[in-house]
Ligand binder design. Structure first.
Ligand code: HEC
Length: 223
């Protein structure tokens, strides 16, 4: 009996170890800035300046950015370089087929990227935060860049000039804003949805109370 228990314990320890090893390195934890409009606005600016020339965000309309506190005028003047109307979708400037040929892989649409990349290392936001800060020089790659979070990625480090002009803390901070924006874009209603959820629960709680008192009042004179 003791032998069997010892065997089982060893087995469980081994499975645990294998699991820990198979998960790979954990991703760095992205800061949570979903309720921080200044951070989201900065993220939107970085996104429009550095990402939209290769990636699209085909489910996102420019005028939805009013939800993070921007006016249509600000959007048109600072963020929308491509289309003349603020009601337009965030389209890409490069032709996707050309990009696929230039880079060897098509840049994916980034509308819901933060939701699609959750994994063993953490949330989708953690992955993006690690990926964007994970580029390093690699002469063996066609772009001259490789990445710790996505080995042999076809994406070059498009932020290297910005990165070189800042210290690490400032760059991390900017990437935190950019990731928050990508996360918000994946589900622009998530903040409202959570707030509405709280009100719905409060309403239900209040309603249960009323129903209970009403029930008591109704049956009081019926014996
Ligand atoms: C010069 C073109 C180019 C620009 C600019 C660019 N990317 Fe990319 N990106 C790519 C390509 C190409 C891929 C596909 C990589 C692959 O599949 O190997 C990619 C892939 C990605 C992925 C998916 C990674 C994965 O796990 O599949 C993310 C996320 C991403 N880019 C984010 C960004 C962000 C954020 C910006 C702006 C800071 C940006 N990219 C700017 C070309 C670009």
């Amino acid at each position: 009996m003791k032998k069997i228990i010892a065997l089982m314990l060893t087995w469980m320890a081994l499975v645990g170890l294998a699991h820990a090893a198979g998960g790979g390195a954990a991703w760095d934890k992205a800061p949570n800035r979903l309720n921080d409009n200044a951070a989201l606005q900065n993220g939107a600016k970085l996104f429009a300046n550095y990402c939209l020339n290769c990636h699209s965000a085909g489910y996102m309309r420019y005028n939805r950015l009013t939800d993070i506190g921007l006016t249509p005028k600000q959007i048109q003047a600072n963020l929308n370089f491509i289309t003349p109307k603020v009601g337009d979708l965030m389209k890409v400037t490069a032709n996707p087929a050309d990009s696929a040929q230039w880079f060897g892989a098509a840049p994916p649409d980034l509308s819901v990227i933060a939701r699609s990349r959750a994994g063993a290392g953490g949330s989708g936001a953690d992955y993006l935060y690690t990926f964007l800060r994970g580029f390093y020089r690699d002469p063996a790659r066609p772009t001259g860049w490789n990445n710790h979070a996505f080995v042999n990625t076809a994406m070059p480090n498009v932020l290297w000039q910005m990165q070189a002009s800042m210290n690490q803390a400032d760059f991390d901070n900017s990437m935190g804003d950019l990731v928050a924006y990508l996360q918000w874009m994946g589900e622009p209603s998530q903040t409202t949805r959570k707030q509405v959820g709280v009100w719905v629960l409060l309403f239900l709680a209040g309603f249960v109370l009323i129903a209970w008192r009403l029930n008591a009042a109704y049956w009081r004179h019926i014996k």
